[in-house]
Write a protein that binds this ligand. Structure first.
Ligand code: DGL
Length: 270
């Protein structure tokens, strides 16, 4: 098969990365997708860099064995901790895209910004990846970050448009650290689900950045630039999880915005 007709591999610790997969499918409907959610090892947000890297390399190895032309790391924690290792592994076999660099490019292109807030898992925030990458390119921008670990279980348990989620959102976002920001990066692929509530908390005064659409546009740009966009118009979709429960099936629809046929695939012991 011509390389352009090969699938895009996408992975996350679970089903949160389906926000990115959904944005890619809507923007690039001709592309075949293979999604892998490592639900057996969820969450990645509390794990060490070594562990997240180990899992990410194994998943990337699987996606490469399926001839993926591109691997999208649809997880901020894995993007912050394992991107370089996955790039090394993929070498010249596949292009690797993370969910952090396209967002930083987007922010730096908008010249009016001065104070950026980043929220994400402990693994993402402790790595200080956003601060390091932004300060390397623009020393004027103020970047503050804060871990918001309750958001992932809150979203997965379906607390999204109610008093509980509003109270948790208010409690985190009213912390002093995030005072006076003009932009908030949603640095976790689960968070687009609560973007509306976050916008409302700020009364739509600041720019709340949902990385999924930005990443999808970056994927399109990279595919076109490398002449790797599929023009055959016969896409196929596979969605795998390393541990299957009906619960994952139910929440996956929320993230992908349409029905998803999840299949169990556990290659950890094989
Ligand atoms: N979706 C993951 C991320 O973007 C968070 C979930 C987890 O902790 O595994 O970091």
């Amino acid at each position: 098969m011509e390389k352009a007709g090969q699938p895009i591999g996408i992975f996350d610790s679970g089903v949160g990365g389906l926000t990115v997969a959904g944005a890619i499918k809507r923007l690039l409907p001709d592309e075949s997708l293979i999604y892998f959610g490592d639900t057996a090892h969820l969450p990645y947000g509390d794990k060490s860099k070594e562990t997240v890297t180990h899992y990410s390399e194994r998943i990337a190895g699987y996606l490469l064995s399926q001839n993926c032309k591109m691997i999208v790391i649809a997880c901020n924690t894995a993007s912050a901790n394992a991107y370089e290792s996955v790039v090394k592994l993929a070498a010249d076999k596949a292009i690797v895209v993370n969910v952090i660099d396209p967002v930083i490019d987007h922010i730096l292109a908008v010249k009016t910004k001065s104070s950026i807030g980043v929220i994400g898992t402990k693994g993402t925030i402790n790595s200080a990846t956003y601060e390091k990458k932004i300060s390397r390119r623009n020393t004027e921008l103020r970047v503050v970050s804060m871990a918001t670990p309750l958001f992932v279980p809150m979203i997965e348990e379906g607390f999204i448009f109610d008093d509980i989620s509003n109270a948790i959102i208010r409690s985190y976002l009213s912390k002093d650290q995030l005072k006076d920001i003009d932009t908030l990066i949603l640095g976790c692929t689960h968070y687009p689900i609560i973007k509306n509530q976050i916008d409302r908390f700020y009364n739509f005064r600041i720019d709340v950045i949902d990385s999924s659409k930005i990443v999808a546009m970056h994927v399109r740009e990279v595919l076109y630039r490398n002449h790797l966009n599929n023009i055959n118009n016969n896409p196929s979709y596979s969605f795998y999880v390393s541990d299957y429960t009906d619960f994952f099936k139910t929440v996956s629809k929320l993230f992908f915005e349409e029905d998803v046929e999840l299949k169990k695939l556990n290659f950890w012991n094989g």
